[in-house]
Design a protein around this ligand. Structure first.
Ligand code: CA
Length: 255
């Protein structure tokens, strides 16, 4: 059982630089999207460091098991792959810390990240901030991650609607990020896949423009995954392209 994937990223219409970064590693079953903040080059440095830290750690721990010594304490209540992702995020966070320590102009940089690690039909998700994962199954779109963001907290307590949140001037404010400043809390979860399922990892440049119905419409289309990624980028840009936009789409192969 394997997965097929496609990916696309774009600066958007109103930005000159792209602070989003992503990694597609079908050989590891690992897919990552990160969205950096901090202005000028710093946002790009942050998202790059996070992606590299996560990928490097997952790659280095292909054969790790629970009874070995881990560089970051192993949580026995979580799967090995959840531990690999959580530790990978923390390694990425430490990479940010060391880069900030060596270059004062990077102070204040931070990044979100969302990652999925796939082993057969078991998918492990990890995220920090407001980059998201969605699953499309039998024509139904389900959002799998809950943003660490100010607007998400307002939605949760019933103060904002989803559509009001997309318009809100504070929609970009994240309440948790990799910033190199503390031991990072990472949300992880296990998701069962079945053949034909599609997963979308994306930065907020996608969903602050496209609502769930629009994302669902694209992910439900037949055909080439590259075309789906391009349609998401195009949709975000047609909606004003206010932000960098990144989409990674996976499909679980049939049989
Ligand atoms: Ca963004």
């Amino acid at each position: 059982m394997g997965v097929s994937s496609a990916s696309a990223t774009d600066t958007g219409l109103r930005r000159s630089t792209n602070e989003d970064r992503f990694s597609v590693r079908e050989d590891l079953g690992l897919f990552v999207v990160a969205d950096g903040m901090g202005g000028h080059a710093a946002g790009e440095v942050a998202s790059q460091a996070a992606v590299e830290g996560i990928v490097a750690f997952v790659e280095a721990t292909v054969a790790m098991s629970a009874d070995q010594t881990w560089p970051i304490p192993f949580d026995p209540e979580q799967s090995v792959n959840a531990n690999r992702l959580r530790a990978g995020f923390r390694m990425g966070n430490r990479q940010l810390a060391s880069q900030i320590a060596s270059a004062s102009e990077l102070k204040g940089m931070a990044t979100t990240a969302v990652a999925v690690l796939i082993d057969g039909l078991a998918a492990t998700l990890a995220h920090v901030g407001d980059s998201r994962a969605y699953r499309m199954r039998d024509g139904q779109l389900e959002r799998l991650t809950r943003d660490h963001s100010w607007v998400e907290e307002q939605i949760r307590v019933g103060v904002l609607s989803e559509s009001a949140a997309r318009q809100h001037p504070w929609r970009n404010i994240v309440t948790r990020a990799l910033s190199g400043t503390e031991e990072l809390e990472v949300d992880t979860q296990e998701v069962q896949l079945k053949p034909g399922d599609r997963l979308l990892l994306c930065s907020d440049g996608v969903f602050t423009v496209l609502n769930d119905d629009q994302i669902s419409d694209v992910l439900g289309r037949d055909g080439d995954l590259n075309a789906l990624c391009q349609a998401l980028i195009q949709g975000a840009n047609d909606g004003g392209g206010p932000d960098n936009v990144t989409a990674v789409v996976l499909e679980v192969d049939a049989g």
